[in-house]
Design a protein around this ligand. Structure first.
Ligand code: HEM
Length: 198
């Protein structure tokens, strides 16, 4: 015969189990699956978890419907989107670093660099610079290139040349290449740690 304590334990286990089952079987509300941001990327206010969108497989939440509309319009009009989004930019960065690492003018700068990390960072940076969905949270360009002795304009131009060649090989339309190159050029003074004009 079961003791009273054993009975109580069994009862507790049964209740816990059915509660867990009930939770697991609960029909999904409009809560999106997966993790999402808690701060609205448009208004900076806390998000309403019911106002979301899924973009490239990731859920983004907003404070208001108007924020979601604005954010989606920004994505739609971005250079990031015109270039083909995450898949296209990831592929371009992979091909870009094959060229950089084969270029005797600049490859020595990457001798001691973890290239998996570098490729990932460059994908994130360029995606953000082209108007992708996620902001750049890495180092600013001055800090990132502060410890590269001898880095000069010739090296910068070699990197830019490799970027342009990559995009040409990928048959990116010329007007979009021009936009990418203008963004790359806008980082030049920071990458070369030139003094800031006062
Ligand atoms: C269009 C210009 C450039 C852009 C947009 C760019 C972008 C970046 C980014 C996003 C990082 C990673 C920053 C982080 O860790 O948070 C980085 C690091 C680095 N970049 Fe550049 N870069 C540019 C030009 C150059 C040039 C001209 C060279 C040298 C030829 C160079 C060499 C490096 C190296 C070696 C690192 C790794 C530094 C370290 O981890 O200590 N970059 N760059």
């Amino acid at each position: 015969m079961l003791k009273l304590s054993q009975l109580l334990l069994n009862l507790t286990l049964a209740l816990t189990f059915s509660a867990t089952l009930a939770l697991a079987n609960e029909s999904p509300t409009n809560a999106p699956s997966g993790e999402f941001n808690t701060v609205c990327p448009i208004s900076g206010k806390p998000v309403d978890p019911k106002i979301t969108t899924v973009y490239e497989g990731q859920t983004y939440a907003f404070a208001q419907d108007a924020c979601r509309t604005k954010w989606l319009a920004e994505r739609e009009n971005s250079l990031y989107h015109k270039l083909g989004g995450k898949a296209a930019i990831d592929a371009a960065v992979e091909s870009f670093y094959v060229k950089v690492l084969a270029d005797s003018r600049i490859k020595h700068f990457f001798d001691d660099i973890n290239m998996n990390k570098q490729r990932r960072k460059q994908k994130e940076f360029l995606s953000a610079a082209f108007g992708g969905p996620n902001p750049w949270t890495g180092k600013d360009m001055r800090k990132a290139h502060a410890n590269l002795p001898g880095l000069n304009e010739t090296h910068f131009n070699a990197v830019a040349e490799n970027l342009q060649k990559t995009l040409e090989e990928l048959k990116v339309p010329k007007d979009l290449i021009d936009q990418v190159m203008a963004i790359a050029a806008s980082t030049k003074d920071a990458v070369l740690n030139k003094p800031v004009a006062k």
